[in-house]
Every structure is written in structure tokens, then in C-alpha cells.
Ligand binder design. Structure first.
Ligand code: CO8
Length: 255
């Protein structure tokens, strides 16, 4: 039985986490389902962005704690446990998290693997792993710190305190906060806009923004410049510039 539901609307793929009995806790099956669906969208030229969402109550309440019973360091290392999430994060297609309710632990980390987070005003973000005697394992010590800075990351991870949606916006963790009932439509509209732009240009832009956290400034700017120069060879860029000059809408073909 699948742990997700998928649907395609225009050029947007939607992945809905669907383990209501566990507040969408991330287990191995859910990882396999999400990775397979997102990879298929990534490879589909007819899809230009993916929206990931959960339920009203929870985006995801973390990794599945019940499935952690009996796990050992040796088994974790031998299985490279949950490393498929790194493959998900590395997919080139833009990923938008539409978050309502709880985004805790691995759920918050999954949202942070996405390129945009659109939050409902009922969303709560937190990293409660220390209360289990664990630490974050899907990137929060790194991604949360880069998103909100050392002071807030220390506070959130060391105390387990949750951030409200408005605090998360103010801290720079989320892109937008909207009324809870409008989260999905707002995320879908942003995704449709992104998916309507030239796919190679969108992918290059998101890759370079991600690179801003991974390389020195001069290297990042040089990479941006090289990519900017290259985009002039894209049919969409030639068309986009011509359309502007001719005062008409561009005919974007994602090439
Ligand atoms: N895992 C498994 N089941 C869960 C989880 C979870 N993370 N969260 C909730 N559930 C289950 C509950 O056990 C309950 O099931 P049941 O009815 O069978 O007991 C059901 O979902 C509903 O939950 P509650 O009744 O507890 O609902 P409440 O509204 O009372 O509480 C909370 C909601 C506060 C979210 C509470 O469920 C809770 O504390 N959950 C655990 C949150 C947590 O600790 N998350 C972090 C987990 S650790 C982690 O994410 C590390 C990620 C790194 C992995 C890296 C691998 C390499």
C-alpha cells in the first residue's frame, strides 16, 4: 500500500504524504515512495515543479520513532539508513513544501530539503530529537543553521522549542505564510509559475542558489556568470528576449 498520493496538475506534480495513522512519520516505505515519485517527475519533461504536502494536522511528525526500536549503529551504517533522502534533496526539479500543522524532526528537515516552504498560519516547526536522546539526522544541524543562523538553530535544536509559522517567516525558514486553508493553492500557484518558466533556466538558478551555501562567494559568482553566459544559447532565452523587444508573450518550450 502506498504511503503517498500523487497527482499531476498541468506542469506541476503533487506528492501528498499519506500515513495519517502516524502523522506522516517518515519510514523506509514512505522514503521509497517519495523518492520514486519525485524522481519520475524530475525525469518527465512535462513536469516543471513538484509540490510536497501532508495533512491539515501534520506535514510530517518526524522520522518513524516506532521503526527505530532495535536499530544499532552498525545496522544504520551498513544500510546507509535513510540516505535516499539525500538523493531526493539533490533532484534538480524545484521542490515546494506546502506545510500545514506539524513539521517536526525529519518532517522539518524534509521541508528544508525543498527549495521553497509555503506555510499555513497553523504550521509549527521544530527539531525535538534531543528529547529522544538522538540528534537530527536528515540535515537540520546544517540546513537549519544556514536558514536561521547559529543563535536560533542552537535554541531550536538544543531546547526543542517549536517555531510558529510567523516566527519561521521572520527567521527566514519559510518563504511565505498564508491562511491555513490557502496553503495548497498558494504553493500550486507558485509551482505553476516556476514550471511555466524555461526548465533549464529554472534548474540552473536553483542549483546556483543551493551552491551559495556550499562554495566561497567568488566561486559562486563565477559559476553564476558562466551559467548566465550559457543561457544565451537556450532557445527559450532567445525567444524570451525577442518577445520582450516585440512586446508579446514568449513561447517557452523548456529548451
Ligand atoms: N513516529 C512514529 N509514530 C508517530 C510519530 C513519529 N515520529 N509521531 C506521531 N506518531 C504517531 C503516534 O504514536 C500516534 O500513534 P498511536 O495512536 O498508534 O499511538 C499517532 O501518530 C498520533 O500521534 P499522537 O497521539 O502522539 O498525537 P498528539 O497530537 O498527542 O502528539 C506529537 C503529536 C507531539 C507530534 C507526538 O506524536 C510526538 O511527539 N511525536 C514524535 C515527534 C518526534 O519526536 N519527532 C522526531 C522524531 S526523530 C527524527 O525525526 C530524526 C530524523 C532523522 C532520521 C535520520 C535517519 C538517518
Amino acid at each position: 500500500m502506498s504511503t503517498i498520493r500523487t497527482e499531476q496538475r498541468g506542469r506541476v506534480g503533487v506528492i501528498t504524504l499519506d500515513r495519517p495513522e502516524a502523522l506522516n512519520a517518515l519510514n523506509d516505505e514512505l522514503l521509497a515512495d517519495v523518492l520514486a515519485a519525485a524522481t519520475a517527475y524530475d525525469r518527465d519533461a512535462g513536469v516543471g515543479a513538484v509540490v510536497i504536502t501532508g495533512s491539515e494536522r501534520a506535514f510530517a511528525a518526524g522520522a518513524d520513532v516506532k521503526a527505530m526500536v532495535g536499530r544499532t549503529p552498525q545496522r544504520n551504517a551498513a544500510e546507509q539508513w535513510m540516505s535516499g533522502w539525500d538523493a531526493f534533496a539533490a533532484l534538480g526539479i524545484p521542490k515546494i513544501a506546502a506545510v500545514r500543522g506539524l513539521a517536526l524532526g525529519g518532517g522539518c528537515e524534509l521541508a528544508m530539503m525543498c527549495d521553497l516552504i509555503i506555510a499555513g498560519d497553523d504550521a509549527q516547526f521544530g527539531q525535538p530529537e534531543l528529547a529522544l536522546g538522538l540528534i537530527p539526522g536528515l540535515g537540520a544541524t546544517q540546513r537549519l543553521t544556514r536558514a536561521v543562523g547559529k543563535a536560533r538553530a542552537m535554541d531550536l535544536i538544543l531546547t526543542g522549542r517549536r517555531l510558529s509559522a510567523t516566527e519561521a517567516l521572520e527567521a527566514g525558514l519559510v518563504s511565505r505564510v498564508v491562511p491555513a486553508a490557502e496553503v495548497l493553492e498558494t504553493a500550486m500557484a507558485a509551482a505553476a509559475t516556476i514550471a511555466g518558466y524555461s526548465a533549464p533556466a529554472v534548474r540552473a538558478a536553483r542549483r546556483l542558489i543551493a551552491q551559495a551555501f556550499e562554495s566561497p562567494l567568488d566561486e559562486g559568482v563565477a559559476a553564476e556568470r558562466a551559467e548566465f553566459y550559457r543561457t544565451f544559447g537556450n532557445a527559450d532565452a532567445i525567444e524570451g528576449i525577442a518577445a520582450f523587444v516585440e512586446k508579446r508573450d514568449p513561447d517557452i518550450r523548456h529548451r
